[in-house]
Ligand binder design. Structure first.
Ligand code: GLN
Length: 233
């Protein structure tokens, strides 16, 4: 699997992401600067990583969404290429129109940095095939604007089409107000676009991939993506 990680000024998780991708795939990852107008030839997966692009000015992700490289990402996605956005990456994908909805300030208006749990809603997608449907995984979050919101019609379509792939829950899988730490509509942690090739999620699976991190629950996402390309080869 050939992956490309985008780099914007203020991003800080790009190396964690590149490491997780390398551990899973055995290949080096291309780092692509925001001012580029093309992606490396043969790219299978584009990752928009987490951080504080452009200092979170205006709204998280609003400026990065207008960077030159995002036109190339839009073309790539339009051709069916896989795009993964994590945290600030999810915000950038929403701001760039690749995903519906918006990430608002966390309900308690505080930055939250801790481990949370989320449920994998289905396992028959490139972004979840490394897990079982209904599996509960532990993942870190670190964000101030993770409260996913969309209009009623959009939420209905997301649910009806099975496009909510990850949902916040308790350690034993209960989806309720208590486990919905940032106030997201329908406890949404991650969604895909209509075609199913663009995923945005707030938690950081790349930070739970090695024993030394205290948890390896994030591995499934990367292993599943690698499997996807092994299958295609
Ligand atoms: N870890 C991140 O990507 C943080 C995203 C964004 N800066 C926020 O605070 O919401």
């Amino acid at each position: 699997m050939k992956s490309a990680v985008l780099v914007f000024p203020g991003i800080n998780r790009e190396r964690d992401m590149a490491r997780a991708l390398r551990l899973a795939s055995g290949n080096e990852t291309a780092m692509v600067w925001h001012a580029e107008t093309a992606l490396p030839k043969g790219t299978d997966l584009v990752v928009v990583p987490g951080g504080f692009s452009y200092g979170d000015y205006l709204r998280c992700g609003a400026i990065a969404a207008r960077a030159p490289v995002m036109d190339a990402v839009r073309d790539f996605a339009a051709k069916g290429g896989l795009v993964l956005g994590v945290c600030n990456g999810f915000q950038i994908l929403c701001e760039s129109g690749l995903l519906p909805g918006v990430l608002m300030r966390n309900a308690a208006l505080k930055f939250v940095c801790r481990d949370v749990h989320m449920k994998v809603e289905r396992s028959d997608t490139p972004f979840t095939r490394g897990y079982n449907a209904g599996q509960v995984i532990r993942v870190p979050v670190a964000h101030g604007e993770g409260n996913y919101e969309a209009d009623e019609e959009t939420l209905k379509r997301l649910e009806g089409d099975g496009r909510v792939l990850y949902r916040y829950c308790s350690a034993d899988g209960v989806v309720d107000e208590a486990s919905n730490f940032n106030g997201a509509a329908h406890s949404i942690a991650g969604i895909v676009n209509e075609r199913g090739n663009v995923l945005g999620m707030m938690p950081h699976p790349e930070n739970h991939v090695e024993e030394i991190m205290g948890c390896t629950d994030g591995r499934g996402l990367f292993a599943g993506l690698v499997q996807q390309f092994e299958k295609a080869a």
